[in-house]
Design a protein. Structure first.
Lengths: 293, 173
């Protein structure tokens, strides 16, 4: 059987046009609806997001390796020029650290003795997992990183992400083999902290810039530049005393903190389970309430 | 003479039709990899926008609107931006570009590039406004400007790659 191609086309073209137009409008409203639904219930797309990310994770994992190698080579070449200066610096630092080491040893021994005298039971040993960073959001609207370890590796929501013992963020979403870490610089990050020397409590709030700010400080408090900011342990998400950053700038309106580690520049991070995730949702509610005031 | 009913022809046809979409998805994924050199700010780039602009202008039939929508969603999922934001902005760009194809027909590359710069500025501003509305707070504008500038600067490189792909797809046996 033979079709008359001309007449079929004459009939099919407007229908196809109409169908395409319909598809366009459908898709446009679909996108709008997704935004509205996502706005109303932020958790609703979590499962979809997590499973898609899980599927893409192995690809990103494979991609991140050569990128990391190239990055290392460039860094190597850069550091060659500074090697003499660095060597001198390291020698001084080493001398200082040796002193600290002997002090720490003496203290550890004394601590051990005192604990023995008190019959003190130490805290549960915390578990840690080291993961590779396989993706970053770029930071236009959000500040987070994707890591190549998930539920299977023992990662759970709320765990602290550390680099060199400094806090860079906390686990926000967990898949089977990937997880997303919300950095302390993210707009939605709120961390209860204290100024190390004065024990002044505050909330460290990210604003997507590299420098988060301290919120909820009383008016009469003076905070000096260069003071260390550590986690306070309030709200029960992180244990107290994790180093976060130092005060970089204090103005009349804001106290700006420079994090010890730039979370988007790291290649590996250590996820630590302090077993304190139980009150996380409660904390989120509370910080939201505080932020809303 | 080509046998249009042979299995190979059909496979070839589907592969050709799917290439722009698969290429776009791949670029969106690659753009998420931590492409950073220590000491240099992380490079942010909306590759989805470049791809959608190119194909909407040159061969919209190769990248249907549903593919654009999926690209946007994948971008939102991977970049953790509010769900639907990327999809909405890409679908709007697609619609505008398809309807304005005649304006760009036979124009020089510089004109097309200029058009892209205008589009990128408009999309960047729209996305910033939407995110600020969704977050209920004005988010920083500077990262949007950086992303916009980088995307516009790098457009010719991606555009050139797309031209190559486009040509190889258009070749008949």
């Amino acid at each position: 059987m033979k079709y008359n191609r001309g007449s079929v086309l004459r009939f099919a073209a407007p229908v196809r046009n109409l169908a395409q137009r319909f598809a366009y409008i459908f898709v446009l409203f679909g996108a709008l609806a997704i935004i509205l639904i996502g706005r109303a219930d932020q958790q609703i797309f979590e499962r979809v997001r997590v499973s898609v990310t899980d599927v893409v994770a192995p690809i990103l994992d494979a991609l991140s390796r050569p990128v990391a190698t190239i990055s290392e080579i460039i860094q190597e070449a850069r550091s060659l020029s500074k090697i003499r200066e660095e060597n001198r610096q390291l020698k001084t630092e080493n001398a200082q650290l040796t002193q600290w080491q002997s002090a720490a040893r003496a203290l550890a021994a004394e601590n051990e003795k005192l604990r023995h005298l008190l019959g003190f039971t130490p805290d549960n040993v915390t578990k840690s997992v080291t993961a590779r960073v396989i993706g970053d959001s770029g930071g236009t609207f959000v500040r987070n990183i994707l890591i190549n370890a998930g539920r299977r590796a023992g990662i759970a929501k709320g765990q602290a992400a550390l680099v060199n013992f400094s806090l860079i963020g906390r686990v926000h979403e967990v898949g089977e083999r990937s997880a997303r870490v919300l950095l302390i610089t993210d707009l939605n990050s709120r961390i209860p902290v204290v100024v190390e020397t004065t024990r002044q409590r505050a909330v460290l709030a990210g604003d997507n810039s590299d420098r988060p700010r301290l919120l909820h400080l009383p008016d009469n408090v003076s905070i000096k530049k260069g003071e260390r900011i550590v986690t306070s342990g309030h709200g029960g998400v992180f244990p107290p005393g994790l180093p976060v950053g130092i005060v970089a700038q204090t103005t009349e309106t804001a106290v700006v903190v420079k994090p010890f580690v730039h979370g988007e520049k790291v290649e590996f991070t250590r996820l630590i389970d302090f077993g304190l995730t139980g009150v996380l949702t409660d904390l989120e509610k509370r910080t939201e309430a505080v932020a809303g005031q | 003479m080509i046998d249009r009913n042979s299995a190979w022809y059909k496979i070839d046809f589907v592969a050709r039709r799917a290439t722009p979409f698969l290429l776009t998805m791949m670029l969106v994924i690659i753009a998420q990899a931590p492409l950073k050199v220590s000491g240099v700010a992380p490079v942010t780039l909306s590759v989805g926008l470049i791809s959608v602009y190119y194909w909407a202008l040159h061969r919209p039939s190769m990248l249907p609107v549903t593919a654009v929508f999926c690209t946007g969603l994948l971008q939102d999922i991977l970049a953790f931006t509010p769900m639907g934001l990327g999809a909405l902005s890409l679908v709007i760009v697609y619609g505008v570009m398809v309807s304005q194809r005649r304006l760009f027909y036979g124009k020089s590359f510089v004109f097309v590039w200029w058009g892209f710069a205008m589009t990128a500025v408009a999309v960047g501003t729209m996305r910033w406004l939407l995110v600020s509305m969704i977050e209920g707070n004005t988010v920083l504008f500077m990262p949007s400007i950086i992303e916009c500038v980088l995307t516009v600067i790098l457009y010719p490189i991606f555009g050139y790659c797309f031209v190559l792909v486009h040509r190889s797809l258009a070749q008949e046996h």
